[in-house]
Design a protein around this ligand. Structure first.
Ligand code: BJW
Ligand code: ZN
Length: 247
């Protein structure tokens, strides 16, 4: 069994409410590429060219094709042991809330109960004109950016740079942070705001903050405990430990 620090073990013994703040790294072991770093998708594609509204207006077909490609990649993956471990922790704590920056649906597919999606969801789309909502399945085979019945362009329901985060996801995330006993920040570089304020606020509020990431990040200085491991490896070990503590 992996040796966790006494401090973390004490916290796991008494904690009732957990928040998991997750980023691309939690899905890395499912085969979903992260954004930044050596194998990051933005090594190959420029974020500025694709992940903002102006880029979409300049070339909607290119942006649409890019997201269709990403959907295909993600549809071929499965949740990993890290996603499932978080789901299993629901058995032992009063509340387990996921606040994710990911658009990949893998927490949903692992059947987690409470998930806030800060940056949208790749299965959803909406018309930029009348705001009518569409599911991905409506355009599964569309090679070019589809049009709404009102004639407006249909875009993915994803938060691009310069766009506000959905307040119905951000506000309850902030409340969950305020009410938690432990916040885990997992697989995120912590450089994208306002999402990164959430673990920083947790630290400011005196919450116990644990980072799970093989490398150091912008959030590391705000963490009480750092686990330098891939999440699919260490999260199941945390479940084992909690099981032992609660037995
Ligand atoms: C593993 C692992 C394993 C690997 N196990 N770990 C304040 C200060 C400075 C700038 C700003 C600010 N406020 C706003 C801004 C501007 C901007 C911003 O933050 N820019 C920064 C880059 C500087 N923010 C915005 O524009 C936001 N909107 C906003 O602020 O609205 C107000 C506003 C209105 C009008 C004008 C101006 C402002 C919106 C941000 C939207 C972000 N959207 C994206 C793209 C979505 C589209 C797409 O998917 O194509 O969301 S950006 C991209 O980054 C994506 C991610 O959710 C997000 C975070 O990335 P993440 O998850 O951290 O991934 P990586 O790759 O960075 O890190 C992966 C980590 O995993 C690494 O650390 C690895 O080590 C680790 N890892 N394997 C565990 N096995
Ligand atoms: Zn419309």
């Amino acid at each position: 069994m992996y040796n966790f620090s006494d401090h973390l073990i004490d916290k796991l013994k008494t904690a009732r409410r957990l928040v998991f703040f997750t980023g691309a790294g939690i899905s890395a072991e499912s085969g979903v590429p992260t954004f930044r770093g050596e194998n990051g998708i933005w090594k190959k594609f420029s974020a500025e060219e694709l992940a903002n509204f102006d880029a979409f207006m300049r070339n909607p077909d290119l942006v649409w094709e890019w997201y269709q490609h990403r959907r295909e990649v993600i549809h071929a993956t499965e949740p990993n042991a890290g996603h499932y471990a978080i789901k299993q922790l629901e058995e032992y704590f009063e509340s387990v809330i996921i606040v994710t920056q990911n658009i990949d649906n893998l927490h949903r597919r692992a059947k987690s109960s409470t998930i806030y999606e800060l940056h949208g969801n790749m299965e959803k789309n909406y018309c930029i004109n009348c705001k009518k909502r569409y599911d991905f399945v409506d355009f599964e085979d569309a090679k070019e950016s589809p049009k709404c019945e009102c004639g407006g362009l249909i875009r993915p329901d994803i938060v691009w740079f310069g766009e506000n985060l959905p307040s119905d996801q951000f506000d309850p995330s902030q409340a969950a942070v305020e009410n938690c006993d432990i916040l885990f920040t997992i697989g995120t570089s912590g450089i994208v705001y306002p999402a990164a304020y959430l673990p920083m606020n947790a630290h400011k509020l005196g919450k116990f903050v644990v980072e799970i990431n093989p490398v150091s990040t912008e959030l590391s200085p705000f963490c009480n405990e750092i686990l330098r491991f891939p999440s699919a490896e260490i999260l199941p070990k945390i479940v084992e430990k909690v099981r032992e503590l609660r037995a």
